[in-house]
Design a protein around this ligand. Structure first.
Ligand code: TRP
Length: 451
């Protein structure tokens, strides 16, 4: 065991940093727009299925890999098995893909924070205006990039300050605050005229809308939202203490993450139906819908500023976790100082993020497979790269890794009940790989031959 690495404080800290990574734009920006595009209620049910059947086992597997090795993602897999080092490398390329578009949306959050603080939010009076103002901002060649760069630099600064100080503190008291603001917004949204229609859309499953794509998107969203499939939770778990209870940590993360996503849906969909926005509007959905809610509230400047500030912080605890994967890998594997390593990572993601930002605006016409670079990064990471990482992880941990390691980690060397270990082990061996493969094949249309 390396002794010069930081560790995180008590049980609460492990939950908070892991939940800080999981809860972010994935829950509040991505979840509603993906659920909206995939039919609402039925998607929610399939999504919860994915969280339980795929998310929980893979999360526990990643925790075990990280804490048993105390290494960066690549080093962790390599020290367990040379052959499976590639899972670690997947976890190294993927953060560039995720951060490429994640930083852009984080930048949008900052813009909306400024718009809120300066009172311009009052100009967002109708869905059409909101959409027009959103487009006007995103097609601007430099403004979104400027905000994105600011966000990248804030992330960089926290990373350089170190694991313990930077990450732990910020997560501790702002997350509960975000929760409270979301509840208040949900109450406001649900009581808007016709808000009930939105709740029906979100909670009443309409299985006639389910397609192969629904499963793919639900699976992708589950991986994305839980920060699994790319070495993020492996890296964080490498800082956990030996007595951290991985079972309760994983369960708490999953419950908190799901709660925030469901709350976000309860904020967005009633308002969507109340003011007449298309639930299928895509990545702009949340940014177009939220101002309509704020504008029905007294103290709208206060509410919208608080909301976008907290959303920005939630995004920050997620970008930190992704940046950390890169920084700790570069510094440990390339034997570089942490500061220098952080700059290398920052340089790489900056290039990706600038390209993604331009692809939403001035370079909208440049598409790859019919998608803008931004959309490509978004769906490539969630629907392909992360699930493949999860697939490899479940095969490796389920079948090839020394079984004692998984048992010792999940039960804290026999101190905790072994029920969850047993279930996880079976899930990793049989359920996760089969389910993931089935969803991929279903989407390739292979099952059409069986019809
Ligand atoms: N889960 C975060 C969110 O929902 C984003 C994120 C952080 C992530 N780390 C990750 C996604 C690792 C995939 C993999 O906003």
């Amino acid at each position: 065991m390396k002794n010069n690495r930081d560790t995180l404080g008590g049980r609460l800290s492990a939950i908070l940093v892991a939940a800080g990574s999981a809860v972010g734009l994935g829950n509040i920006w991505r979840f509603p727009y993906i659920a909206g595009e995939n039919g609402g209620g039925a998607f929610l049910i399939i999504y919860i299925g994915c969280i339980l059947l795929l998310g929980l086992p893979v999360l526990l597997a990643e925790f075990s890999v990280g804490r048993s090795t105390h290494k960066n993602a690549v080093g962790a897999y390599r020290s367990l098995s040379k052959r499976w080092t590639f899972i670690g490398y997947n976890g190294l390329i993927a953060p560039f893909i995720v951060l490429g578009f994640y930083f852009v949306v984080s930048g949008w959050t900052l813009e909306y924070l400024v718009v809120s603080i300066t009172g311009q939010i009052a100009d967002y009076t109708s869905p059409e205006t909101n959409q027009a103002l959103f487009s006007e901002f995103t097609v601007n060649p430099w403004r979104p990039i400027a905000y994105t760069l600011v966000f990248i630099l804030i992330t960089h600064a926290v990373i350089v300050m170190g694991v313990q100080k930077g990450i732990e503190r910020s997560a501790k008291f702002l997350m509960p605050l975000l929760f409270i603001v979301l509840i208040i917004l949900a109450l406001r949204s649900m009581t808007m005229p016709d808000g009930i229609e939105g709740l029906k859309f979100f909670f009443k499953p309409d299985f006639s809308k389910v397609t192969a794509g629904t499963f793919l998107n639900a699976m992708g969203q589950a991986f994305f939202s839980l920060s699994i499939g790319l070495g993020c939770m492996v890296t964080y778990a490498s800082y956990f203490k030996p007595d951290t209870n991985l079972q309760t940590t994983a369960l708490n993360v999953i419950i908190l993450d799901l709660l925030v996503a469901v709350l976000a849906g309860m904020v967005i969909f009633p308002a969507v139906f109340s003011v007449g926005i298309e639930p299928t509007s895509g990545p702009s959905l949340v940014f177009v819908t939220l101002p309509s809610i704020f504008n029905t509230m007294s103290l709208k400047i206060l509410w919208s500023s608080a909301f976008f500030l907290l959303l920005g912080v939630a995004a920050l605890t997620s970008t930190i976790s992704l940046h950390e994967v890169l920084t700790v890998y570069i510094s440990e594997e390339w034997k570089m100082g942490r500061r220098k390593a952080a700059w290398v990572a920052t340089g790489g993601v900056t290039v990706m993020a600038c390209a993604a930002s331009l692809s939403v605006g001035v370079c909208k016409g440049w598409t790859i497979f019919g998608l803008t670079f931004f959309d490509l990064l978004d769906s490539l990471s969630a629907n392909i790269v992360l699930p493949l990482g999860g697939f490899a992880t479940s095969i490796f941990v389920g079948w090839f890794m020394n079984r004692r390691i998984l048992r010792d980690e999940i039960t804290n060397r026999g101190e905790l009940p072994s029920f969850i270990y047993k279930v996880t082990s079976i899930m990793l061996r049989y359920v996760c790989p089969v389910l993931l493969m089935a969803i991929f094949l279903y989407n390739l249309g292979l099952f059409n031959y069986l019809k």
